[in-house]
Design a protein around this ligand. Structure first.
Ligand code: NAI
Length: 361
């Protein structure tokens, strides 16, 4: 049986790492029809948007996509393509397994946790007003009339919506995932001591959902204390469920516990569709040099193969990556640097993919 998959190369290091990923997936023998679709700054001139309608249509049609990272301008310019994709298809669960890999150069061994991040709400909902916008004055008026602390003139405002429905489905997803994956504990991460309305709602719903899963342990942690705990002893965590912003930040923290951004895979899952992508960004500082680590993208493809029911091929991809990293002779510069303090002796993106293919068995 052949699977249809939309491939969005993205920009920066995206084209290099997705090329490497595609070669590895094709070498497993699983039959995939790749439908290449574009996204990113280069599309603006042609399609007047970084996320062209035909790309959206392809994802809608085929239901499964894997993408490379896409650059988002900081502070000004167009909105994030990633956020837009997640919102357009209601890909509400961002799942990021964080597992120690042999020779990953990290300070920690035996890390094995999973981040489940809410993907559609919170400060990432994209509801923002620039300083000077008339809506800011209107909102300031509402706040003043409600008797709360006045908003300082000249402020910009980003709105943080968190709903009971959104919280319930992400926490339920986390518990269902834990059950399926044989995991023992779910930790809800929040800042409900300060944000009593939004994070308070998230926590209340998390406790309600937890009560329906007596077979899985539940605890909650305030996000700052959670970060400290992760750095002190990541092995105390199992599945973490977080609202969008904390999930974004804690994902990168956890990537740092397991060999860095080049190693951290991810999946964005909705009820109908799934888009797989590495945790990292487009890394413009190393783009086009054949030095980026494609591991995160290749492991994202393993998650995708599992999603497609190709469990055996997914296992072979993972095992091949682990073998290449354990042998340690053919690793990319980021890994070599973490191991030895220098990049000398590292191989390039394409050569790493060749090594993984040679180990596929
Ligand atoms: P980044 O993740 O691109 O890079 C941070 C650091 O990690 C850089 O030093 C980079 O060289 C290194 N790095 C990242 N991936 C690597 C890999 N595979 N191999 C080796 N080294 C790697 O984060 P940054 O610089 O904050 O963002 C760059 C752009 O990417 C921004 O425009 C941002 O908005 C975008 N971005 C896109 C994402 C996506 O498409 N899913 C996710 C995160 C950021």
């Amino acid at each position: 049986m052949s699977h249809d998959v939309v491939l969005i190369p993205g920009d920066g290091i995206g084209p290099e790492i997705t090329r490497a990923m595609r070669r590895v997936v094709d070498a497993t023998g699983v039959s995939i029809s790749w439908h290449v679709a574009e996204a990113g700054a280069a599309q603006i001139e042609r399609a007047a948007t970084p996320l062209p309608p035909e790309t959206l249509e392809a994802v809608r049609t085929y239901g499964v996509a894997i993408k490379g990272p896409v650059t988002t301008p900081v502070g000004t310019g167009f909105r994030s393509v990633n956020v837009a994709l997640r919102q357009a298809f209601d890909l509400y669960a961002c799942v990021r397994p964080c597992r120690s890999l042999p020779g990953d150069g990290s300070r920690y061994r035996d890390v094995d946790l999973v981040i489940v991040r809410e993907n559609t709400e919170d400060l990432y909902a994209g509801i923002e007003f620039e300083a000077g916008a008339p809506e800011v004055d209107e909102l300031a008026g509402i706040v003043e009339r409600s008797g709360q602390r006045a908003i300082r003139p000249g402020s910009a405002i980003s709105i943080k919506p968190i709903s009971a429905e959104g919280s319930r489905r992400i926490v339920t997803y986390a518990f269902e995932y834990a059950r399926r994956a044989g995991r023992r504990k779910v930790t809800a991460v929040h800042k409900a001591n300060i944000m009593k309305a939004t994070d308070g709602l998230f926590l209340r719903v998390a406790r309600e959902v937890a009560a329906a899963y007596p077979d899985i342990a539940f605890e909650d942690k305030i996000v700052d204390a959670c970060c400290m705990g992760l750095v002190q002893d990541p092995r105390q965590f199992d599945v973490l469920v977080l609202p969008n912003l904390y999930g974004d930040i804690v994902s990168d923290l956890c990537a740092g516990l397991t060999g860095g951004l080049g190693m951290a895979p991810g999946a964005n899952i909705g009820d109908e569709l799934a888009v797989f992508e590495a945790t990292h960004g487009s890394a413009p500082d190393i783009a086009g040099k054949d030095i980026a680590n494609p591991t995160a993208e290749i492991l994202s493809a393993a998650l995708m193969l599992e999603h497609l029911g190709e469990t055996e091929a997914a296992g072979r991809v993972r095992a091949a990556v682990v073998s290449v990293l354990s042998e340690g002779a053919q690793v990319t510069a980021d890994v070599r640097r973490a191991q030895t303090g220098a990049a000398a002796g590292a191989v390039g993106t394409a050569a790493f993919a060749d090594a993984v293919i040679a180990h596929l068995g």
